[in-house]
Design a protein around this ligand. Sequence first.
Ligand code: ADP
Ligand code: MG
Length: 155
Amino acid sequence: MLDYTFKTHAQSETTGFGRFVAPFLAVQSVITLSGDLGAGKTTFASGVATGLGIHDHVISPTFNIMKCYFNAKTPLFHIDAYRLEGGNKDLGLEEFIEGNGITLIEWPEYIDTLIPANALHIVIHNLGGDEREIKVSTTNSAFEKMFKNMKERYQ
Ligand code: ADP
Ligand code: MG
């Protein structure tokens, strides 16, 4: 199990962390993003998009379930499962998650059966003001290098 926790102190640091993570992602990488409303899940996602070379404005897909960005080398699928709580989950989202892109999933607990075992898990806690605690974990050893760099860079 790879596991690391650190803090950010401004929105720009959380987008910066997204940009840091982006180069470690590949086709079929899945990142789950957990945390309360306003924690910073979408903020992190926009940093990942920037890091992948996507320059669109990344907004919360809450009202769309999913937004796809195709203008990068690897497509980015941004899922927000919030509105699937207790509802119809049979939307074929696995076609994207197991497809040819990178997938970011906000509110993964609502589609837990679709989350692959090798996903990277990020949990964000709002500590008040602009301070956020970011917990990163995975059982996927492909992320070892990323964790090594992350521990050096974020303390
Ligand atoms: P979520 O997607 O988790 O609901 P958002 O990313 O949409 O949350 O919103 C996070 C909000 O918190 C934004 O208004 C952002 O400006 C603010 N914020 C303040 N400090 C931070 C920080 N350190 N990291 C991320 N967001 C922060
Ligand atoms: Mg959001």
